[in-house]
Design a protein around this ligand. Sequence first.
Ligand code: ZN
Ligand code: MN
Length: 452
Amino acid sequence: MYENPDGVMIGLEVHVQLNKLKTKIFCGCATDYHKDPPNSHVCPVCLGLPGSLPVINKKAVEAAIKVGLALNCRIEEYTQFYRKNYYYPDLPKGFQISQYDFPIASKGQIIIEGEDGELIVRITRAHLEEDPGRLVHEGTIDRSKYTLIDYNRSGMALLEIVSDPDLRSPKEARRYLDKLRNILEYLDVFDGDLEGALRVDANISIMGGQRAEIKNISSHKGAERALLFEIVRQKNVLRRGGVVVQETRHFDEAREITLSMRTKEEAHDYRYFPEPDLMPLKISGWAPEIKETLPELPDARRMRFVEQYGIMDDHAKALTSELKLAIFYEDVAKKVNPRMAAVWICDVLKGELNYRNLTIEAFRKEHMLSVIGLLASKKITEDGAVDIIRTLLDKGGSPEDIVKEKGLVIVEGDIVDIAALEALQENPQAVADYRAGKEKAMNSLVGAVMKK
Ligand code: ZN
Ligand code: MN
């Protein structure tokens, strides 16, 4: 039973950019701007010019329903867009088109590995909105001399996924984010490697106090660090007899601290009202059809791997934690011993990749098949196989060439094997002694092998 000594309560709001859609949420601008110059993917709608009118991107609504279903949410019958009013330079029309009391999805859940076993994290809601432009601060946000604005991002479809405050530690928060990203990748609605694909706002309170909101954290590790810092900060405030105030804070990733930005605004500050340029959408009929198209999700795939390939649950968990890795494994497992494939991919290859900060894309499936084939036919030793994997990652080449170059082939009737066998046969007394528990008898056997 996890005690939660500091009474930590964390809820996360995650903004997911549906960046696999071809066009933005309310206009026809293309979404593949990431390598293009700033302000090159814009039009009157996503620049928020007066008189321009939004048109809903049907694919964005479908993607949002897909995510909602995968997160076990209820899909609303009707959904409605609202204007959330605030002025900020990245939002030149003075409001963000978002959702309010009729979000697309609500009341779902994600199961994660908590501090003390499985933890159900409730999903409050998931709603669509438009991404604002991107502000590029010169230097750090609190000291910058000027700020640049890029509107390429403006109008990208964002799905805001809000959790209940069910997370009890920064580690659980990170696991939640990992799991969410994992599910989203399986659903093929976003590419998590693109800049700004997933941004996190974290609410955290301790000991039943007021909550602070940390805005715009860009990585899972950043979220964990920011929350760790925030727990210490809030504890120190309480220890000095102070009160934690409800406010919005910024996480400075370089310095790993949070800074106060403004006191927290309430919903009524935004003057929400229905967006008059977009009709309410009746979506109740859409969900059943979309449900049919849902792919196998991480948990289901994990269980299937255990069942179908007879591998350990820990291996299955690691293998399904990234879609690309799961596909890599399954392609290999179909052609060789699947248990052997799990061991070599999880316990060896993954470690070597992590060590070099590489992803599974840096290693070819055919090479894994060759290495396992060589091992299975006892042509190389396990040390030799590790050597081949390392060499492939560091210098490239092919497993067969590396075996030749490095002389890794086991010679028929390996000389050490033969010597050991002979030593055993020639020293029956030492063998009997060792079997009887006299461990020192081993020394004389080793000596006999070395002599040969
Ligand atoms: Zn546009
Ligand atoms: Mn939002």
